[in-house]
Ligand binder design. Structure first.
Ligand SMILES: NC(=O)c1ccc[n+]([C@@H]2O[C@H](COP(=O)([O-])OP(=O)(O)OC[C@H]3O[C@@H](n4cnc5c(N)ncnc54)[C@H](OP(=O)(O)O)[C@@H]3O)[C@@H](O)[C@H]2O)c1
Length: 239
């Protein structure tokens, strides 16, 4: 996809991987609107020349606000990046609220935005949807059961709509980050990819017309999974 002059929407583009994607899309000549909940973070992005839309994507009102903010614009690129982890614990029913919030944000919202913004994307000459899942969509880790379920669900949805849209002007891309240095992984030990490098692989994938962007170590996970899905699951379940 040629990004020059294209209008892009990056959900969760006010921080972390999304912010880096927004910066790099802008660097490639796109006009970029970012969304988020924190008004302070959005103001910081506006000061850098980004369009902004505030809205909590775990709520119908937040989704309505984002759709209304771009529905009458020539949106050519939708990046469903906003996501949260969950505090769900199998032995603590009270944590079902956290699970539901994670499902609404990570799975329901991207599905709603793909569906409601598809007519706008279809009206452009060249358009794309990027759904940000995770290496954990390939094989879950036990400690993140709900988060992994949302990402596996979004991966499945992405593969299905890619097929449905195969003859259209809308390319459907899945981006699978590894562990990346952001607020989401703060305090977590071990090797992490930088948000800049992860975003660079994703933006390169958009430009070069990839269907899947396996960032960093996810390439290795995909290789192991292609040889032995059972081995990939055994490695990741304790991760
Ligand atoms: N970091 C990793 O290791 C990793 C690995 C694999 C996949 N991913 C995925 O990559 C994406 C970005 O993650 P990240 O690590 O960059 O996260 P992050 O640094 O925590 O940033 C999350 C972004 O999403 C926004 N957001 C969160 N909940 C929202 C909601 N309910 N409504 C609207 N906006 C919301 C945040 O805005 P506010 O701060 O204003 O709420 C922020 O802009 C997520 O989908 C995540 O699952 C991350």
């Amino acid at each position: 996809m040629n990004l020059l002059g294209k209008l892009a929407l990056v959900t969760g583009g006010s921080d972390g991987i999304g912010r880096e994607i927004a910066l790099q899309l802008k660097g490639a000549g796109a006009n970029v609107i970012v969304t988020g909940r924190s008004v302070e973070k959005l103001q910081a992005m506006a000061a850098l020349g980004f369009g902004t839309i505030a809205g909590d994507l775990s709520t119908p009102a937040g989704i309505d606000a984002v759709v209304a903010g771009v529905a009458d614009k020539p949106l050519a690129l939708l990046v469903n990046n906003a996501g949260v982890s969950s505090d769900y614990d199998l032995d603590t029913p009270e944590t079902l609220d956290s699970a539901a919030h994670c499902i609404r944000t990570n799975l329901d919202a991207p599905i709603a935005l793909c569906t409601r913004l598809l007519p706008v994307l279809r009206a452009q000459g060249e358009a794309a949807i990027v759904n940000v899942t995770s290496g954990l969509a390939i094989a879950p880790r036990a400690g993140g059961s709900i988060y992994c379920a949302t990402k596996a669900g979004l991966r499945s949805y992405t593969q299905a709509i890619r097929h449905l849209l195969r003859d259209s002007n809308v390319r459907v891309i899945e981006a699978l980050p590894p562990v990346v240095e952001t607020n989401m992984t703060a305090g977590r030990a071990g090797k992490k990819m930088s948000a800049h490098d992860c975003a660079a692989e994703i933006v390169r994938g958009i430009r070069t017309g990839k269907s899947e962007v396996n960032a960093g170590m996810v390439k290795m996970l995909q290789l192991v999974h292609s040889i032995s899905p059972a081995l990939a699951r055994r490695i990741m379940i304790r991760f």
